[in-house]
Design a protein around this ligand. Structure first.
Ligand SMILES: [Zn+2]
Length: 373
């Protein structure tokens, strides 16, 4: 076989790989690895060429109908890079049907590369965080606030440590409670760059860029992950170590600023193209007034990146009863802290396909909305 499927690196996700050859073209077929969860979506793999000048394989993703919001997979636009070059996005996929009616979706990959890396969207990992800190030239700081359930440092980025009883407005941000929801990291990156540039005019910001840091390292999707989705662990007594550590950090944060908002960054179903929208409440619960007020402010701040119906009530099918949704924003609301969850598209807005630049721009726009008096 002229290609090898490599999933042996941080953040990788693909399972049951197979390589077949038809008419001289290799077909690299994978499934997204659910890692014990009923949900799967995130995938990331490297294809390494073994035979000199072998043509690029077709990539096949199996069972897209079982990936959250992916439909027949034809609307997905995976990100690709060759030989560690710049990331771009593939065109729409070609749905394929097996003899038994089962579904798959296929993409042609760029030729002339010894290594082709493909992922659901452009990944964001430890190297990107390092680049952010380096380019902020001392305006952002990195601290470990504790360790994850798997014993990894749980990192927090801040623009200042804050001062006891300070009245500086404060923002606390989470990204990657669901480890595969990568657009949240890109938006946080843009948000932090903008707040760093504002200097002392910015609110105090403390942000956990990889809330499920174990899942990020493993390449998990993390939505409804086993044994408990991090965003369902915010009981009065936290049910995951990461929630316990972040609760303690928020207890410190709120004594060192005047809390304005706890912001939780997510990504929605794979094929949604609404840009950015807010969940002010889940299920039939009334939206807290603070969440509605922040949605009314941040939607316009996002401009064209915001969904037309920006402020939404989450009405998706939940594996938890609607009156029992121990998510981060519900916990923060119960602590008297204004909180809002944002969903950021993997794909973009309408016909526009987003990448790092557009996600960062959305983050910068959010930062301006957060920093406005
Ligand atoms: Zn999420």
């Amino acid at each position: 076989m002229s290609w090898h499927i490599d999933t042996d690196f941080a953040g990788a996700n693909a399972c049951a790989p197979s390589l077949a050859c038809a008419g001289g073209i290799a077909l690299a077929s994978i499934a997204a690895d659910p890692r014990g969860s009923p949900e799967a979506l995130w995938f990331r793999l490297r294809l390494r060429r073994l035979a000199h000048q072998a043509p690029a394989p077709l990539l096949e993703l199996r069972d897209p109908g079982l990936l959250l919001g992916a439909g027949d997979g034809g609307a997905l636009r995976p990100a690709v890079r060759c030989d560690r070059g710049a990331w771009t996005r593939l065109g729409p996929g070609t749905p394929a049907t097996r003899a038994d009616g089962g579904q798959a979706v296929r993409w042609a990959l760029p030729d002339a590369a010894a290594m082709i890396e493909v992922a659901l969207c452009q990944p964001y990992g430890a190297g990107d965080l390092e680049r952010l800190l380096g380019e902020a030239a001392g305006a952002l700081h990195l601290d470990a606030i504790g360790v994850s359930g798997g014993g990894r440092p749980l990192l927090r980025v801040s623009n200042h440590s804050g001062d006891a009883d300070s009245q500086r407005p404060g923002i606390y941000v989470l990204a990657r409670q669901h480890a595969g929801e990568v657009p949240g990291s890109w938006v946080l990156d843009g948000l932090l760059r903008r707040l760093a540039a504002l200097g002392a005019r910015a609110p105090l910001v403390w942000a956990v860029p990889f809330a499920d840091t174990d899942g990020v390292a493993r390449g998990d999707y993390g939505k409804d992950g086993f044994p408990l989705d991090l965003n369902r662990a915010w009981w009065q007594q936290p049910r995951r170590r990461e929630a316990a550590v972040i609760m303690a950090d928020i207890a410190r944060w709120r004594t060192r600023c005047a809390p304005r908002l706890c912001l939780d960054l997510h990504a929605p179903g794979a094929a949604e193209r609404a840009g950015v929208y807010a969940f002010t409440a889940i299920g039939g619960a009334p939206a807290p007034a603070a969440a509605s007020a922040w949605a009314a402010r941040l939607g316009p701040a996002l401009g064209a990146a915001a969904a037309a119906d920006f402020a939404r009530q989450g009405d998706y099918p939940s594996r938890f009863p609607l009156d029992l949704n121990p998510c981060f924003t519900a916990w923060a609301d119960a602590q008297g802290l204004p909180a809002l969850a944002l969903e950021i598209s993997y794909l973009g807005k309408d016909e526009a396909v987003w990448g790092a630049q557009e996600w960062r721009a959305a983050g910068a726009a959010l930062a301006d909305g957060l920093a406005a008096p």
